[in-house]
Write a protein that binds this ligand. Structure first.
Ligand code: ADP
Ligand code: MG
Length: 561
């Protein structure tokens, strides 16, 4: 028997599990079944694609056993299993690099929120919410040796040799006294129906079945009624996305979301689409109601699972959908991809590219529908994910117009964000110029910029772009349909005769002052001039667009330096 220490982060997670999370403990079942389902998926694919696994007897199933005597709950799968190295790597450490940062950023309340934990995919450790001791017996498919991993969640675990029939993993949880509710098979069954009804493998459990008394023709009892134990399948085990839309209830969509997104929150919306034609595929996408914590991290967790004809292929492929749609959770399933597709093939595969392009268009058009029909929902969506979607303006040139139409903007004349379409209604019919100002500053600072004064005085609306991404994106966007994007400093307005005259007079009046200012400022400025562009502020700096130093500075800025 060999003793090992949990990696520091794993230990921190364990401590959270044991000491902080008291609500919604039942999700540990969802997490363990999700792991069992993943393990079955992995072996399923190997058996179908790898000759080395062809001989393996694979009957995929998950079994749940409740034992009131020993106060244990057992979850067992016939999946890929783990060898010693896997055990060390998977059940003692946390591989994801973002975990540490995640833990450090948790606030007091968040530490108590099991949703956040589930969302971050550190599912296995959830069993320590309810158990004071956990035993994992496992044997990897195609290998001979079985192992027993044991831990009390106290910073250490043991690994020793064990014996096991077949391959797979069995997890025995010794339940805490306070958590004996999980010995109630009806409770377990309900939890499984709620979270795991649509995992694609059957889950079996012993259930008591009431057998009515047997009677003869005259109604005399020959055999009394009794309860019989029967081993039955308790989940539907159908891949939800393969069922036709009209046969799926909203509740089922929501339950499935909980399974794949590891979240107990309701999704904001879902889009279920079956494409038939040259390429056949089905997609089921969800939009979460809240942005995950890692949305802006480079190593964010992807949310899309790829299936090929119901066989799980990967959920760790960032190219399945563009990064500006990384908020999506869901499934892509197609019959028209080769099962033994590798990551490299996937990235250059024409079928995959077509599915991806069509799916992107579909999501954009579904978003447009929400924007039109449910403004409140769209506002929630935009608040959570608008800045991510906005990235598509520069990364997806082909869909730029559609993405622009989905944007909401702050504007000079409005106190809340307005849809791009509504902004356009007020753009001058003849000039067709969309004025914008960018700046990494607060909205009110930017709105009060002297550069906007000539717009204010003319009642012309301006897009106020004060997000960091805006300063990168908008200089690249030059047009929308027949409209031009014009930075406020490039806007030219026709001046009336009176204005021109007044201007000349003013410049004469102030000749002395401008000359004096130029003398004082010297080489720091190129020239000092009077202007009518300002209404309220006495002075502004004007950039000389012809000056190479200015162009250089602008370029550097665009490159984020
Ligand atoms: P995640 O599922 O997000 O990877 P978990 O903490 O739930 O994180 O599980 C950690 C790892 O442990 C899994 O990635 C997997 O490699 C391994 N594992 C857990 N449960 C099983 C199981 N039943 N069969 C095989 N491997 C498992
Ligand atoms: Mg997991």
């Amino acid at each position: 028997m060999a003793k090992h220490q949990f990696q520091t982060e794993a230990n921190q997670i364990l401590n959270l599990m044991i000491h902080s999370l008291y609500s919604n403990k039942e999700i540990f079942i969802r997490e363990l079944i999700s792991n069992a389902s993943d393990a079955l998926d992995k072996l399923n694919m190997l058996v179908l694609t790898d000759d080395a696994y062809k001989g393996i007897a694979f009957s995929p199933r998950i079994d749940i056993v409740v034992d009131k005597e020993t106060k244990t709950l057992t979850i067992k799968d016939s999946g890929i299993g783990m060898n010693e190295e896997d055990l060390m790597n998977n059940l003692g450490t946390i591989a994801k690099s973002g975990t540490k940062a995640f833990l450090e950023n948790l606030t007091g309340d968040q530490k108590k929120d099991s949703n956040l934990i589930g969302q971050f995919g550190v599912g296995f450790y959830a069993c320590f919410m309810v158990a004071h001791k956990v035993e994992v017996t496992t044997k990897k498919a195609g290998e001979d040796k079985a192992y027993l991993w044991t831990s009390k969640g106290d910073g250490e675990f043991d690994i020793e040799d064990a014996s096991m029939e077949g391959h797979g993993t069995q997890i025995v949880m010794y339940l805490n006294e306070d958590d004996e509710e999980f010995l109630d098979s009806y409770r377990i069954e309900n939890i499984i129906k709620k979270y795991s009804n649509h995992i694609p493998f059957p889950i079996f459990m012993d259930k008591e079945k009431y057998i009515p008394a047997k009677k003869d023709d005259e109604g005399n009892e020959i055999e009394p009624s009794k309860n019989e134990i029967e081993n039955v399948q308790i989940n539907r085990a159908n891949a939800l996305w393969t069922i036709s839309k009209s046969e799926i209830k909203d509740e089922e969509y929501k339950d499935f979301y909980s399974t794949i997104a590891h979240s107990s929150e309701e999704p904001l919306a879902w889009m279920h689409n079956k494409a038939e034609g040259a390429i056949e595929y089905t997609t089921l996408f969800y939009i979460p109601s809240k942005a995950p914590m890692d949305l802006y991290r480079v190593d964010y967790q992807t949310g899309i699972k790829l299936y090929i004809n119901r066989v799980f292929i990967t959920d760790d492929e960032k190219e399945l959908m563009p990064t500006y749609m990384r908020f999506l959770r869901g499934v892509i399933d197609s019959k028209d991809l080769p099962l033994n597709v590798s990551r490299e093939i996937l990235q250059s595969n024409a079928v995959m590219a077509k599915i991806r392009n069509a799916s992107v268009k579909k999501v954009l058009s579904e978003l447009a529908k929400i924007a039109k029909n449910d403004k409140e929902k769209y506002s929630t969506f935009f608040k959570e994910f608008g800045n991510v979607l906005k990235e598509g303006l520069y990364s997806d040139y082909g869909n730029r117009e559609k993405i622009l139409e989905l944007m909401k903007f702050n504007t000079l004349e409005s106190n809340e964000m307005v849809m791009f379409e509504d902004f356009l209604k007020n753009v001058d019919e003849e000039k067709k110029e969309i004025y914008y100002i960018t700046g990494k500053t607060s909205l009110s600072m930017l709105k009060n910029s002297p550069a906007l004064e000539r717009f204010k005085s003319r009642n012309i609306d301006v897009l106020i772009l004060n997000e960091e991404v805006d300063t990168i994106i908008f200089p690249m966007i030059t047009e929308y349909k027949e409209y031009k994007f014009v930075h406020v400093s490039d806007a030219k307005f026709e001046e009336s005769e009176e204005e021109k005259k007044a201007e000349e007079e003013t410049s004469k009046t102030f000749e002395g002052l401008t000359k004096e200012l130029k003398d004082i400022l010297g080489d720091n400025v190129k020239s000092v001039e009077t202007t009518f562009d300002l209404v309220d502020s006495p002075v502004k700096l004007k950039e000389d667009k012809e000056d190479p130093a200015y162009m250089m500075a602008k370029m550097m800025k665009q490159m984020g330096q």
